[in-house]
Structure formats: structure tokens, C-alpha cells
Design a protein around this ligand. Structure first.
Ligand SMILES: [Zn+2]
Length: 454
């Protein structure tokens, strides 16, 4: 199967043709010979397809069939959103609400949710994704026994309970095809799913969606436990994911033991680090167990200045999500001491210090659109217009680069549009300089994975 993309800009050179054969770039040059399938690039830039280095695919798929709390800032608005959601479903049905934060209506409890939804099985997820709060009907529907350690029946709270909830609720998994299509529209050709809950069953479902073309992007999967790669390469096995919770940090020796366990599986380690305390513990654990290229700090939500040298010395990559500055910046500014604001979701200072940085969405907890992440990395402004850590701003070309690395080496191996490379490509509707002046996914004209338009 061959395809020629005519008249594109490649790495700053305009007017080139790119011929693709057997899923790879076969030739780049001027006025290449005619072939059966051709795409007119109209002078647009042809860049490597984007990689989202940290995403949660099932979470993103589930969001499509949930109630979200965007725009909710008060208890009365929260109540109104729940009322509208329950009114749309028959009594006894499950209602799933995503994106809660205490600033909306305080600490949620089972009783508070009973008052809001007395006839439905209601569950509300905290914005961090680590906590669900259930009403009494929802709790009763889960049955008794085998309670996971994070479940508090009295308050209706369940920490890190997604896997257990899934087995108890038993609903059909949400479809992945809309997620694959949406990400393809953004020019995304590779995904690293960072879910700690991924087991053989979940990985099998993602692999099946990939084989069926529903999720055409190349997949790398993290997991909390062991995971085997399928022989057909439907996904690659990524780092072992370690989750830390500030309310129950694990013991340093236990942490170092988990790193050793990952090494025994031949895998790197990716640690969820949002707070300064989580980062300090992670640096200590990597210091103890040893670290190297491929080990990752996910989020790097707060990085105090004195941690930067340690990150660099340990060879850790920071996988950041600049879109949080835009989407949650106003709340951060209200809840974080002014002198700590520059520590939030650092980017420029890490790159300047030689710390590898990669870009990602953490969708569904922030937008899955990488172009909004690029814009946020450049602007460093909250939705309300506050400037946050402007010293961490990077130019748009640098921000785009955060999404162009090989998924196996985020922050370390920039992919290129060159002969012999896989034809995982993003065609833009204008030269790169013009697109980067106002980054937007609307500038994506076509996305190809292994040479096939998706
Ligand atoms: Zn995440």
C-alpha cells in the first residue's frame, strides 16, 4: 500500500512530497513520481503524530456517558445539576457524576447525597479521580462483604476503589471508538495509558479495540501489577505505575521494594506526584532503589526549586500537564501560598536544568486536546485570566515538542519525519510557524497511523 502526500512543509522545508509505503516513510523529495493514492497537502506542515504520554482511556470513554460539573461553583448549582441528571433517568438507575471539588458544596457524605438523590443510585467522583462518594442506594446495590480498604460505608466514601466498583456495578464498559476518533482529530497517533488499575482483562479490551480499529493509536500501557505484551504488538508494556496519596503516603522501604519489583519485571517506574511531599518521598525512594532513563514523575504538580537538581541527577523525566494551569489555575491560586505558585507544573526551568519533560493530558481529568495543552504551556494563564508561573512559559515550538517524543522515551527521543520512520503523521493546514502562532486542533487536516488516514 503506497500513498503520496503532495506539497507539504517538512522540518521547515516547503514544497516537498512524502511517499509512504508499507506503513513507513519511503521517500521525501520534490515532484515525486505519481502514485495511485495521493493527498494534497496544500503547503501545510507535516509533523510526527502527537503522543499523549499520560491518559486514562476508560475514564475518558466513561466521561461521555456521565454528568460533569463544569461551571458549577456553588452548592445550589451542584444540587441543580444532580436534580437535572436524576430527572433524566428512571428511579433506581445509576447516575455517575464527575469532577467534584469541596469548593462546590463542602465535604460530601452519603447523607448529603441521599438528600439530593433519594431515588437513584448516585456516585460522585472527586476531581482528582482518587475518591468516589456514594449515596445509600448506591452502597446497598454494591452488596456486603469483601470491602476494599479504601471503603468507608458510614460516609459513603471509597478511595481508589475503581476496580472494585467496576466488578460490583458490572456495567458494560463504555465504547472506545469515540475516544479513538476524537484523539485522531487532534492529530494524536500514540497514547500511554497511565491507569494503575490496568490488569490483563482491561489490557485485553484495549488491545481488542486497537485490533478492531476502534482505537487506532499505538498503545503503551502502564499497570500496577505484572502485565504481558501480546505477541501481535497491539500494545507495548510501559512502566509500573506507583500511586501515592498524601493522606496515606507509603513507607520508604515499601516504595523502594516496589521499584525493585518493577526492575524484576524489566520495567521502569512512573510515580504519581502531585504534591511536594509526594515528590520528596519519590526522590528518596529513587535515591535508595536507583533510577535511570525511562523512570518518570507523573504530573510534577509542585516542584520546589531545590528538587530540580535531584530530578536531573536521578535522570527522571517529568510528564507534565500544562492544561491544568488553565483549567484549575484559579483554584490553585486560591489554595496555594503565593510564593509557591511558581512551583506549579513547571516546564521552562526543568528544560533549562536538563530535566527531560514530556507533555500529556491526564484526560479525563483535563482536556484530551493536546493543542489546548500547548496553548496553556505558552500562556500560563488560568481560565479566569491569572498569570501563574510565567517564568515556566515556553514557546509554542518547544511546547509542541513535548508531544512528539517516542512513547518509550518521553522527553528523550524526539520522533522525526524522515525516510525509514513509521508513517505516524499529523498534517496541518498551514506552515508550522503559522499554526504555532495560534495553536488549535482545528488546524489538523489529516492524521495517519502506519500510513493509513484515520
Ligand atoms: Zn493520571
Amino acid at each position: 500500500m503506497t500513498l503520496t502526500i503532495r506539497n507539504v512543509e517538512v522540518e521547515g522545508r516547503a514544497g516537498l512530497d512524502v511517499r509512504i509505503a508499507d506503513g513507513r516513510i519511503a521517500q521525501i523529495g520534490r515532484r515525486l513520481a505519481a502514485c495511485a493514492d495521493e493527498i494534497d497537502g496544500r503547503g501545510g506542515a507535516l509533523i510526527p503524530g502527537l503522543c499523549d504520554h499520560h491518559i486514562h482511556l476508560f475514564g475518558l470513554a466513561a466521561r461521555a456517558d456521565s454528568v460533569t460539573l463544569e461551571g458549577v461553583a456553588t452548592a445550589s448549582r451542584f444540587a441543580a445539576r444532580i436534580a437535572a441528571a436524576t430527572a433524566a433517568k428512571p428511579a433506581g438507575a445509576w447516575v455517575r457524576v464527575l469532577g467534584y471539588h469541596e469548593t462546590m458544596a463542602g465535604e460530601l457524605t452519603r447523607e448529603a447525597l441521599d438528600r439530593l438523590a433519594p431515588r437513584h443510585r448516585l456516585r460522585v467522583q472527586h476531581q482528582t479521580g482518587s475518591l468516589w462518594v456514594l449515596n445509600s442506594l448506591a452502597l446497598a446495590a454494591l452488596g456486603e462483604g469483601d470491602d476494599p480498604p479504601g471503603l468507608e460505608r458510614a460516609t459513603g466514601r471509597i478511595w481508589r476503589g475503581d476496580a472494585w466498583l467496576r466488578t460490583r456495578i458490572g456495567a458494560a464498559p463504555p465504547p472506545l471508538r469515540p475516544v479513538g476518533a476524537r484523539l485522531a482529530r487532534y492529530g494524536v497517533t500514540a497514547l500511554t495509558d497511565a491507569s494503575v488499575t490496568t490488569d490483563a482483562d482491561a489490557a485485553g479490551r484495549l488491545a481488542q479495540a486497537h485490533r478492531a480499529g476502534a482505537l487506532p493509536q499505538r498503545l503503551t500501557l502502564m499497570s500496577g501489577g505484572p502485565l504481558d505484551a501480546p505477541p501481535d504488538g497491539a500494545f507495548a508494556v510501559g512502566p509500573v505505575k506507583v500511586l501515592l496519596d498524601d493522606h496515606a503516603l507509603i513507607d520508604l522501604d515499601d516504595f523502594a521494594g516496589r521499584i525493585a519489583g518493577a526492575r524484576a519485571q524489566g520495567r521502569r517506574v512512573a510515580v504519581h506526584c502531585v504534591t511536594a511531599a509526594e515528590l520528596a518521598l519519590s526522590l528518596a525512594a529513587f535515591g535508595l532503589a536507583g533510577a535511570g532513563p525511562g523512570d518518570r514523575i507523573e504530573h510534577g504538580g509542585v516542584i520546589p526549586p531545590d528538587a530540580i537538581g535531584e530530578l536531573r541527577a536521578l535522570g527522571l523525566t517529568v510528564v507534565t500537564q500544562s492544561a491544568f494551569i488553565h483549567e484549575r489555575g484559579d483554584r490553585y491560586a486560591a489554595g496555594v501560598a503565593a510564593e509557591d505558585l511558581p512551583d506549579l507544573y513547571r516546564c521552562a526551568s526543568l528544560l533549562a536544568a536538563g530535566v527531560p519533560v514530556a507533555g500529556s493530558s491526564d484526560a479525563p481529568y483535563a482536556t484530551p486536546d493536546p493543542w489546548l495543552g500547548i496553548a496553556a504551556a505558552v500562556e500560563r494563564r488560568s481560565a479566569g485570566g491569572l498569570a501563574i508561573g510565567v517564568g515556566e512559559a515556553v514557546d509554542a515550538a518547544t511546547a509542541l515538542d513535548l508531544y512528539l517524543d517516542d512513547p518509550a522515551a518521553p522527553g528523550r527521543a524526539r520522533r522525526r519525519v524522515a525516510a525509514g520512520e513509521p508513517a505516524d503523521l499529523c498534517l496541518l493546514d498551514a506552515p508550522l510557524r503559522e499554526v504555532l502562532a495560534t495553536p488549535s486542533s482545528e488546524r489538523v487536516a489529516a492524521t495517519l497511523i502506519a500510513g493509513r488516514p484515520v
